[in-house]
Design a protein around this ligand. Structure first.
Ligand code: AMP
Length: 416
C-alpha cells in the first residue's frame, strides 16, 4: 500500500518522500482515510508505530485544501506532557514544511510570553498541554471558535495525570460539532468513559492487540536486591559497552542519586524529572539525543516525549506502580521497526508489580539472576503480619511527591 492510495496529495507525498517514508504503517493505513473525511476516531496502536503522522498528515491536508482568508486555530492537539507537545509540534512542522502553515506549541512551566507572541503571528495548529491551554482560554488570549478538530494524544496518560477537570473545562469552550480524535497506546476504562461523552460514532481502529508491547523488543528481567541495583546497572552498561541507555526510576530523588552513582563509575549521565527547570530538561534530552551523554535517567515524564530512532536500550531501574507505564517506557526502544532491549531490575518487594505487568501484557516473564548480583535470600523481609499493602495509587502519588492521588487531582499538582 502507498501513501497516495490513502488519498494524500502531491505536496504531502513529496515531504514523505524526503523523510524516507516509503510505506504507511498499519495505524496510518487505517486512520488517514477516516481522518481525511472528518470522522471521529478512537485509535489504539503500539508506541512507535507512526501514530503522530496518522493524524498529522490528513489534518494538514484538510487545512491546505480549504485555506481560509484569515489564519485561525483549526486543529488543537492536547498532550499530557511538555515533551510530547514539543515532539508532536516538531512532527507537524516537519510534515508541513514549505506549506505555509503555522504550528504553535504551548505548555506550562515555561514563560507564556513567547508562546503568546507565536500565537499572535497566526496559528493554524496548536499543540498544547491542558493546564496552559486552559490558562490561555480563560484569559481569553486565544480564540477557539473556529476549531475544526480536537486530537487527544495519549488520552490514557492525560486522564491518568489528573487532567480530566481541565479537559472538561476546555471542552465546554469548544464549538459543538468538531471532529474528535483519540489516540492512545493503551486504553483503560477511564478513556472509554470519556470517549463516550466526546466522540460521535467513532471509527474504532486497533491495529494491534490492545496493550501489547512492541513486538521487536526483547524483554529481560533481573531479580536483584535494591541495594545492588546501581552496581548492576553500571555493570550491564559497562560490560556490554552500551552507549545510549534510557533509565527509568519512580522518583525524582532516585533519578538524581542514580545519575550521581553512574558518574562515579565513569558513565556520563543526564537527569530529567519534573523538579528540573524546562531549560535543564531540554538540555538533558538534547545531550542524550546528540550522544554527549551515555545515559539519561528519568521519571516517567520522559516516557512520552522522547523519540530517538536508534534508541536500543531501556532499563527499568524500578518497575512502575502503573503497569501501563511499563508499556510506554519500553516503547521508547524498538521504534519504527528497529529492535530494542528492555531490561527491568526487580527487587523482591517489586514482584507484585511484575505480576501486574504480566497481567496487562498477557505474558509470562522469567526472572533471571546476573552472576555476581544474585539476590541475598537473607535480605528478604519476612511478611509482616498481614499488614495491608498501601494502595498503588497512593504509592505512585508519594513517589511523585504528591500527597495522595485524590489530593493531587484536586490540587492540580501534576509535575513529574
Ligand atoms: P510515532 O509513533 O508517531 O512517535 O512515530 C515513531 C517513529 O516512526 C518516528 O520517528 C517517525 O518519524 C517514524 N515514522 C512514522 N511513520 C513512518 C513511516 N511510514 N515510515 C517510516 N518511519 C515512520
Amino acid at each position: 500500500m502507498s501513501f497516495s492510495s490513502l488519498g494524500l496529495q502531491a505536496e504531502l507525498l513529496n515531504i514523505l518522500d524526503a523523510s524516507g517514508y516509503e510505506t504507511p504503517t498499519p495505524i496510518q493505513q487505517a486512520a488517514i482515510p477516516s481522518v481525511l473525511v472528518s470522522d471521529d476516531v478512537m485509535a489504539g496502536a503500539q508506541t512507535g508505530t507512526g501514530k503522530t503522522a496518522a493524524f498529522a498528515l490528513p489534518l494538514i491536508q484538510r487545512i491546505i485544501t480549504s485555506k481560509k482568508a484569515n489564519r485561525e486555530i483549526r486543529v488543537l492537539v492536547l498532550t499530557p506532557t511538555r515533551e510530547l507537545a514539543q515532539q508532536v509540534h516538531q512532527s507537524f512542522e516537519r510534515y508541513s514544511e514549505n506549506l505555509q502553515l503555522n504550528t504553535v506549541v504551548a505548555y506550562g512551566g515555561a514563560s507564556i510570553n513567547p508562546q503568546l507572541s507565536a500565537l499572535n503571528k497566526g496559528c493554524d495548529i496548536l499543540v498544547a498541554t491542558p493546564g496552559r491551554l486552559l490558562e490561555l482560554v480563560i484569559k481569553e488570549l486565544i480564540d477557539l471558535s473556529n476549531l475544526e478538530t480536537l486530537v487527544l494524544d495519549e488520552a490514557d496518560r492525560t486522564l491518568d495525570m489528573g487532567f480530566i477537570t481541565d479537559i472538561n473545562r476546555i471542552l465546554k469552550r469548544l464549538p459543538d460539532s468538531i471532529q474528535t480524535l483519540f489516540f492512545s497506546a493503551t486504553f483503560n476504562d477511564d478513556v472509554f468513559a470519556l470517549s463516550k461523552t466526546m466522540l460521535n460514532q467513532p471509527k474504532l481502529i486497533e491495529v494491534s492487540q490492545r496493550n501489547a508491547t512492541a513486538a521487536k523488543i526483547e524483554q529481560r528481567f533481573y531479580e536483584v536486591d535494591n541495594s545492588r541495583k546501581a552496581a548492576l546497572t553500571a555493570f550491564l552498561i559497562g560490560a556490554n559497552n552500551w552507549h545510549q541507555v534510557l533509565i527509568f526510576t519512580r522518583t525524582k530523588q532516585t533519578v538524581d542519586d542514580l545519575a550521581k552513582e553512574l558518574k562515579k563509575d565513569g558513565i556520563s549521565a543526564a537527569a530529567v524529572h519534573g523538579d528540573k527547570s524546562q531549560g535543564a530538561r531540554d538540555r538533558g534530552l538534547e545531550d542524550f539525543k546528540a550522544g554527549n551523554v551515555r545515559v539519561l535517567v528519568a521519571t516517567d515524564v520522559a516516557a512520552r516525549g522522547l523519540d530517538i530512532e536508534q534508541l536500543q536500550y531501556v532499563i527499568n531501574y524500578e518497575l512502575p506502580y502503573n503497569a501501563e507505564d511499563y508499556i510506554h517506557r519500553i516503547g521508547r526502544t524498538g521504534r519504527a521497526g528497529n529492535t530494542g532491549l528492555a531490561i527491568s531490575l526487580v527487587s523482591h518487594k517489586e514482584k507484585y508489580l511484575l505480576a501486574d505487568v504480566e497481567k496487562l501484557t498477557s505474558e509470562h516473564f522469567l526472572l533471571q539472576w546476573q552472576e555476581g548480583f544474585e539476590p541475598n535470600p537473607d535480605a528478604v523481609e519476612p511478611a509482616k503480619n498481614n499488614k495491608r499493602k498501601p494502595s498503588k495509587k497512593n504509592l505512585r502519588a508519594q513517589a511523585l511527591g504528591q500527597k495522595s492521588s485524590k489530593i493531587a487531582r484536586s490540587s492540580g499538582s501534576r509535575r513529574r
